[in-house]
Design a protein around this ligand. Structure first.
Ligand SMILES: O=C(O)c1cc(=O)[nH]c(=O)n1[C@@H]1O[C@H](COP(=O)(O)O)[C@@H](O)[C@H]1O
Length: 233
């Protein structure tokens, strides 16, 4: 685990508020993530604003489309110089292979490419409504196997599946886990949750944490408390 195993999910609808918060952070304390809301509102200029502040950025746009479209979208993310980007594993093997191939020209400067398995907001019951009649961890394992076969760097999963995936695919298969909730905090729409120390103990490489930090009365204090719970500071 490094100091930068925490990835703060910046789901702000106001750019000035987001930048005010970022300016209180040290790039050695955490990495940052922007997703569909902020990218749609503030376009690639926001990526530049964050890079100018020296943070590693996870561009979380969860691409899911035909292989040609996803390949071009992933290459566009590489052009922005982001640290990590993602696709949905349920887009299938061919789509993931096309995405991986699109990053070859970028060599060691390519972003880490990971695939979302089963969203952490989903329960076994939600999967059953989609006709997937297995426990979430089984479907996660199935999608992670496909991701591994496609040669991607790892997956987004819940920390509840981290131990199983590390033992199945080895330590170099990167596990990015949202659905992180410090003890006593509100789960909100997340279903498959774990606390930060539990997630690290289970084998998560990166903990994606949004509202428990950004919606706290003092976001910097909330981040510092999480660091302390992991004995990082
Ligand atoms: O790919 C993601 O980052 C992601 C995948 C997933 O399965 N679950 C999930 O919550 N996320 C993202 O992780 C962040 C979690 O935020 P909080 O629930 O506020 O901590 C959000 O920005 C989600 O879009």
């Amino acid at each position: 685990m490094t100091d930068k195993s925490i990835v703060v999910a910046l789901d702000y609808d106001n750019k000035a508020d987001a930048l005010t918060f970022i300016d209180k952070l040290d790039p050695n304390m955490c990495r940052l993530k922007i997703g569909k809301e902020m990218f749609t509102l503030f376009d690639p200029q926001l990526v530049k604003d964050i890079h100018n502040r020296d943070f590693d950025l996870f561009l979380d746009l969860k691409f899911h489309d035909i292989p040609n479209t996803v390949a071009k979208a992933v290459a566009a993310a590489a052009e922005l110089g982001v640290w990590m980007t993602n696709v949905h594993a349920s887009g299938g093997l061919t789509m993931m292979q096309a995405a991986k191939k699109a990053l070859q020209p970028y060599g060691k400067d390519a972003p880490l490419l990971i695939a979302v398995t089963v969203l952490t907001s989903m329960s076994d019951e939600d999967l059953a409504l989609l006709g997937i009649n297995v426990p979430a961890f089984e479907h996660v394992l199935r999608l992670a196997k496909l991701t591994h076969q496609a040669g991607l760097d790892g997956v987004v999963c819940s920390a509840q599946e981290a131990k199983l995936l590390k033992s199945s695919f080895g330590k170099d298969f990167t596990l990015v886990t949202p659905g992180i909730r410090p003890a006593g905090s509100d789960a909100g729409d997340q279903h498959r949750v774990m606390t930060p120390p539990q997630a690290i103990a289970a084998g998560s490489d990166y903990l994606v944490i949004g509202r428990p930090i950004t919606q706290a009365a003092d976001p910097l204090a909330a981040l510092t408390a999480i660091h302390q719970s992991l004995q990082l500071s």
